[in-house]
Design a protein around this ligand. Structure first.
Ligand SMILES: *Cc1c(COP(=O)(O)O)cnc(C)c1O
Length: 385
C-alpha cells in the first residue's frame, strides 16, 4: 500500500457539520432528525456490528437489543401488515420485491411521479417499466384509472399482464397522494400485486397497508422515521412470505434477498429508540398538514409564487414555482446562487443551491415561530426585486 501524507488525510480527521444554528428545509432531512434523547445513546452503538453481540445467526431474531419484538410484533402492528423485514433503505426494499416477484423481461406498471430509484431497481432486475401519466401542470395528479388501461395495453402487446404495480404514496416532488386503495383494487382485479412506496409517509403519518390494500409496503428510516439510517422497512402480506423470505439452500437460516442480514448497527438501534417518538408525532400529523397549508397560503401571498401539486396540500413537502426569485437572480451579482446565500444569511438552509425558478421544501416539525421566520426571509428576499 502506498503511504498517505498527513495533508491528504487531514480533511477526514476534522469533519464538522455546524448546522445546529440553521433551520433546515430539506425535505429529505426533516423527518430524519433524531430526538435528543436518542442522540444521547448513539455513542454506545456507533461501533461496527454493534448489535451483533447476542446474535445467534438471524438478525431479525436478535433479542438484545429487542430487534425480534420490533420486527415481528411492533412494526407489523404499526403498518397493519403481516410480516416485516429491515432493508438498507426504501429503494433496497423496492429492489427486493421487484427481484423476487419478477424475472428479467417482465413488465411492471408504475406511476409517473415515482422516485428515480424505482427505475434503477427495475433496470437492475431487467424489467420493462410502463408509466401511468399524471395530469401535468399545475397539479401533476396521477391518473388512477390509467392503471387499468395500461394493464390492458401491456397484455395486448406482450401477451401477458404486468407482474407488479407500484404506487408512490406520496411522491417526493409534489407530496401528492394518489388514491392507492383504488389503484390496488384495479390491479387486484387482474391479480397483480401492488407495492406502495411510502418513503415519505411511514413515520410521519398514520399508514395502514391493510386499508390501502397493499401487498407490499416500503418505508425509509432515515427519511421519515428519525433514524440515522441507512435503513428501510419492508412490509409484506403473508402469502408472499415464501417468495420474498426464501432461504439459502446452503445456509438454511439465511434469507437470500437480504444477503443473510438486514442493516446491522446504529441504523436499527436508532430506528427502535426513536420509535416511541415517531408514534407520538404520527398522531399529530393533522397539525403538520395544517402548518404546511398555512405556509403555502403565506408563500402564495408573495407575488407570482405558486404551489404546484394537488391543492390544498396534504403533506409537509411542497413544491413552489417562484418566478420572482428567478427574475431577481438575472440581475443579482451572485446570479442564481443568490437565493441560497440570502437564505443562509438568515439562518435557513435546505433549498438546493442554484435553484430560483422553483424548489421544494418541507415544514415538517418546524415550530410556528420557525415557520414565520422562514416566511419572513422569503418575503424579505422577494422585496429585493
Ligand atoms: C426518498 C425516497 C426513496 C428512497 O429512499 P431511501 O430510503 O433513501 O432508499 C424512494 N422513494 C421515494 C418516494 C422517496 O421519496
Amino acid at each position: 500500500m502506498l503511504e498517505f501524507s498527513a495533508q491528504e488525510l487531514s480533511k477526514f480527521m476534522e469533519m464538522h457539520r455546524n448546522i445546529a444554528e440553521y433551520i433546515n428545509l430539506n425535505p429529505i432531512q426533516r423527518g430524519g432528525i433524531l430526538p435528543d434523547s436518542v442522540k444521547e445513546i448513539v455513542l454506545e452503538w456507533v461501533d461496527g456490528y454493534s448489535i451483533c453481540d447476542h446474535c445467534e445467526g438471524v438478525l431479525s431474531e436478535i433479542k438484545d437489543p429487542p430487534i425480534e419484538t420490533f420486527i415481528a410484533e411492533i412494526l407489523p402492528k404499526f403498518l397493519e401488515i403481516d410480516e416485516v423485514r429491515l432493508t438498507n433503505g426504501a429503494r433496497e426494499g423496492i429492489f427486493v420485491v421487484l427481484h423476487s416477484v419478477c424475472k428479467p423481461g417482465d413488465s411492471i406498471i408504475i406511476d409517473k411521479n415515482s422516485h428515480y430509484s424505482v427505475f434503477l431497481a427495475a433496470e437492475r432486475v431487467g424489467l420493462n417499466v410502463i408509466e401511468v401519466e399524471n395530469d401535468g401542470y399545475p397539479e401533476y395528479k396521477i391518473l388512477e384509472d390509467q392503471y387499468a388501461e395500461k394493464i390492458e395495453e401491456i397484455k395486448n402487446k406482450s401477451g401477458s399482464y404486468p407482474e407488479l404495480a407500484v404506487v408512490t404514496y406520496p411522491d417526493g416532488n409534489y407530496g401528492n397522494f394518489p388514491d392507492a386503495k383504488k389503484i390496488a383494487e384495479i390491479c387486484h382485479e387482474y391479480e397483480i400485486p401492488v407495492l406502495v412506496n411510502a418513503a415519505y409517509a411511514i413515520g410521519r403519518m398514520p399508514i395502514s397497508a391493510r386499508k390501502l390494500k397493499a401487498d407490499f409496503i416500503v418505508g425509509s428510516g432515515h427519511k421519515s422515521m428519525a433514524s440515522t439510517g441507512p435503513i428501510g422497512i419492508l412490509g409484506i402480506k403473508d402469502e408472499w412470505k415464501d417468495v420474498i423470505f426464501r432461504k439459502s439452500w446452503r445456509y438454511k437460516n439465511k434469507e437470500v434477498e437480504f444477503l443473510g442480514c438486514g442493516p446491522r448497527g446504529l441504523a436499527v438501534v436508532t430506528l427502535m429508540a426513536s420509535f416511541p417518538h415517531v408514534l407520538e408525532r404520527v398522531k399529530k400529523w393533522k397539525n403538520e398538514v395544517e402548518k404546511a397549508r398555512y405556509f403555502v397560503k403565506e408563500m402564495e401571498n408573495i407575488p407570482t409564487v405558486k404551489q404546484l401539486g394537488v391543492k390544498p396540500t396534504s403533506h409537509d413537502l411542497n413544491f413552489f414555482e417562484t418566478p420572482i426569485f428567478y427574475e431577481i437572480s438575472k440581475k443579482h451579482k451572485r446570479g442564481r446562487f443568490f437565493l441560497y446565500r440570502e437564505l443562509k444569511k438568515r439562518g435557513i438552509i435546505g433549498i438546493k443551491p442554484g435553484l430560483t425558478k422553483n424548489f421544494k421544501l418541507s415544514t415538517y416539525l418546524l415550530t410556528k415561530d420557525e415557520i414565520n421566520r422562514v416566511l419572513e426571509a422569503f418575503q424579505e428576499i422577494a422585496s429585493l426585486h
